[in-house]
Design a protein around this ligand. Structure first.
Ligand code: 1CP
Length: 345
């Protein structure tokens, strides 16, 4: 019998001895051990491309803060990079693509489908290496950005506050945006399939920029593509749980549909509301406001509140978005311990 993984059981809504917990962006700059490996790598993309180093930073939060699942160390933007867009990380400014997509011939030039997914070998090698080292009772989460979130970077060329270039396309040339989204969706399906074949236990689809889309258009431009990916994977790999994380869409909760297992609740959505609307159909993950990690008292208060709503049923603890780089490691550990303490049966 293989050792059970509490995290995977919880994703399927099974009873577990306590509620498992992990933190979005848990492998990152708040850990001095991460900074040391990153310095050794020279730059962020080298770190993503090097399976030994990526494996090391993936495992750090398991050993240092005691989370129940590791998340593969990589970035969502390696996908457009391997589709032929030239990605770089400019110090202090974040990701940049030198030639953003503006027209149909730019889309036609992108490498698609199997060819693009096959170029991400360093990710698959990293997964295989992690699986040789990760304790058997811990889960490994693989991930992708949603087609919409990826497209925002491919069209804007970088992070954006206004999304004006993608939204201009959304309202004035929606067919062009759909063409990008469809091409990215095909790559993501095969990419996630290869992550599963390489050994990941759980899939998370990050739609970090969901809130940029008006609620009436959210299904058309983002959710339906996420559901298409989930349905493709579920049909072939029903034993691999899928977590959907659309950030900041409380107005869409009534319309959520699709074949997946866990709905990631962001910190702006009250857990009660998510439980009322979705709790019977999906396991819920979340949702402490990440800045509460600056105070141990504020952390304990939120963990107790979330526990009183979810009562250890059909729930996975997490933050409502990523941990910030200046959070003391001690406080991150406190969050994990408190989640385990309040939910222990
Ligand atoms: O070391 C550094 O300075 C680079 C910072 C960094 C890190 C640690 C980037 C650049 N990416 C990552 C790792 C990363 N990215 C992970 C690793 C696993 C973990 O969570 O521990 C994951 C899951 C991501 C996913 C990611 N990248 C998302 C979705 C998740 C989210 O936080 O919403 C997004 C939007 C990105 C784009 C990206 N990559 C890096 C930065 C600084 C950004 C955001 C830029 C922006 O704000 O637009």
């Amino acid at each position: 019998m293989p050792t059970p993984k509490i995290f995977v059981d919880a994703c399927f809504g099974k009873e577990t001895p306590y509620t498992p917990v992990w933190m979005m962006r848990q492998a990152g700059r708040y850990l001095p051990e991460y900074m040391a490996v990153r310095a050794q790598a020279g730059n962020f993309l080298n770190l993503c491309h090097n399976p030994e180093m990526a494996c090391e930073v993936t495992l750090q939060p398991i050993d240092i803060v005691g989370v129940d699942a590791a998340i593969l160390f990589s970035d969502i933007l390696v996908i457009p990079d391997e589709m032929g867009m030239d990605l770089s990380f400019v110090k202090g400014e974040g990701p940049k693509f030198s030639d953003p997509i503006t027209n149909e011939s730019d889309i036609d030039k992108l490498i698609g489908g199997e060819e693009a997914a096959s170029k991400l070998t360093y990710v698959y090698d990293t997964i295989k290496l992690i699986k040789t080292k990760l304790a058997e009772d811990k889960a490994l989460i693989g991930f992708t950005g949603s087609p919409w979130t990826l497209a925002t970077y491919m069209i804007e060329g970088q992070g954006t506050k206004t999304y004006n270039i993608c939204k201009k396309m959304m309202y004035s040339n929606p067919e062009l945006l759909h063409k990008i989204l469809a091409k990215v969706t095909e790559v993501v399906k095969l990419y996630m399939e290869k992550q599963i074949q390489s050994g990941i236990d759980v899939v998370q689809i990050f739609d970090s920029w969901a809130a940029a889309i008006e609620p009436n258009k959210y299904d058309e431009f983002s959710w339906k593509y996420m559901v298409e990916i989930a349905e493709y994977l579920k049909e072939k790999y029903p034993q691999t749980p899928i977590i959907m994380f659309p950030k900041g869409v409380p107005a869409f909760l009534d319309k959520v549909y699709g074949n997946f297992d866990v709905f990631g609740v962001d910190w702006s959505t009250p857990m009660e509301l998510a439980r009322e609307k979705l709790g019977d159909k999906y396991v819920l993950q979340g949702n402490m406001e990440p800045c509460r990690l600056y105070s141990k008292e504020a952390t304990t208060e939120a963990v107790e509140d979330i526990q009183s709503v979810m009562q250890g049923k059909r729930h996975i603890f997490n933050l409502g978005h990523g941990i910030l780089p200046d959070v003391p490691v001690e406080h991150a550990k406190h969050f994990i311990n408190e989640c385990h303490r309040v939910s222990k049966k």
